[in-house]
Design a protein around this ligand. Structure first.
Ligand code: GTP
Ligand code: MG
Length: 216
C-alpha cells in the first residue's frame, strides 16, 4: 500500500532572522574626535596592531570590498573613518598601533588620535580589539588591554585571519590567549573568531552588534 510521506518538518520551521546590512556608506574621515558625526548614533570601533585586519573586517561585514581601504603594507589607515550602516549605527575604522617603521612623531600623533577617540567618544558603544590568531599574546596588545581596563572601556576581542590556521592550531592559540589573560583578569572579555578571507564569524559579529543595539 502506498504511504504518504510525512511532510518534512523543516519546511515549516521559521527562518532564523539574522541582522542584515542593507546599506553601508562612508561618511567622514578625520583626525579630530570633535569633528566626528554629531548625530549621536551608536558606534562600533575597530582597533588593533597595524595589519591585523581591521579595515578588511569592516569590508567583510558590510560585503563591500572597497569600503575601507586595506593594504598588505602596515600603516594604511591613518584617520578615524566613519561608515554608516542601515542609516542607524556606525562602524569606525581606526589607525593601527605598533607599526615599528613609523617616526616617533607620527606614532605620537596616531596615539593621540586613537586615545582621543577611545576615551573621548561617548557614542562608542563597543570597541573591537583585533588580535591576529596566528601569534602568541604580544606585549603591546596586553598593555593595550590593560589600558582599556584601567579606563573602563567596553571591549570585545576579535581573533582575525582564522583561515591561516588549522582548526586545532586555532583552538590551541585561543586557549593559550585566554590563559594569558586570566593571569591578569578575573573574567574574560567576549571573544569572536573571524576570517575576512572566508567570511567566518560574520553572522556572529552582526548578531553581537544587533543585540547591543537592541539594549540601547
Ligand atoms: P592598518 O590600517 O595598517 O592598521 O591595517 P588593518 O588592520 O586595517 O589591516 P588590513 O585590513 O588593511 O589588512 C592587512 C592585510 O591582511 C591585507 O593584506 C589583508 O588582505 C590581510 N587580511 C586581513 N584579514 C584577513 C583574513 O581574515 N585572512 C587573510 N588571509 N588575510 C587577511
Ligand atoms: Mg586599516
Amino acid at each position: 500500500m502506498h504511504m504518504h510521506k510525512p511532510i518534512a518538518d523543516s519546511a515549516f520551521r521559521p527562518k532564523k532572522i539574522y541582522m542584515e546590512i542593507k546599506s553601508a556608506r562612508f561618511v567622514i574621515s578625520n583626525t579630530d574626535v570633535r569633528k566626528c558625526p554629531q548625530d549621536g548614533k551608536p558606534e562600533y570601533a575597530f582597533i588593533g596592531r597595524s595589519n591585523v585586519g581591521k579595515s578588511s573586517l569592516i569590508n567583510m561585514l558590510t560585503r563591500q570590498n572597497k569600503l575601507a581601504m586595506t593594504s598588505s603594507t602596515p600603516g594604511k589607515t591613518l584617520l578615524i573613518n566613519h561608515f554608516l550602516v542601515n542609516d542607524s549605527w556606525y562602524l569606525v575604522d581606526l589607525p593601527g598601533y605598533g607599526y615599528a617603521k613609523r617616526s616617533k612623531s607620527q606614532q605620537e600623533k596616531l596615539t593621540d588620535i586613537i586615545s582621543g577617540y577611545i576615551l573621548g567618544r561617548e557614542q562608542m558603544t563597543m570597541l573591537f580589539l583585533l588580535i591576529d590568531s596566528r601569534h602568541p599574546a604580544q606585549k603591546i596588545d596586553l598593555e593595550f588591554i590593560e589600558w582599556l581596563g584601567e579606563n573602563g572601556v567596553p571591549f570585545a576581542i576579535v581573533f582575525t585571519k582564522a583561515d591561516k590556521l588549522t582548526r586545532s592550531q586555532l583552538h590551541s592559540n585561543i586557549e593559550a590567549y585566554k590563559a594569558t589573560l586570566l593571569e591578569q583578569w578575573e573574567e574574560l572579555p567576549p571573544m569572536l573568531i573571524t576570517s575576512s578571507e572566508h567570511s567566518v564569524g560574520r553572522t556572529e559579529m552582526l548578531d553581537y552588534i544587533d543585540n547591543i543595539n537592541k539594549t540601547l
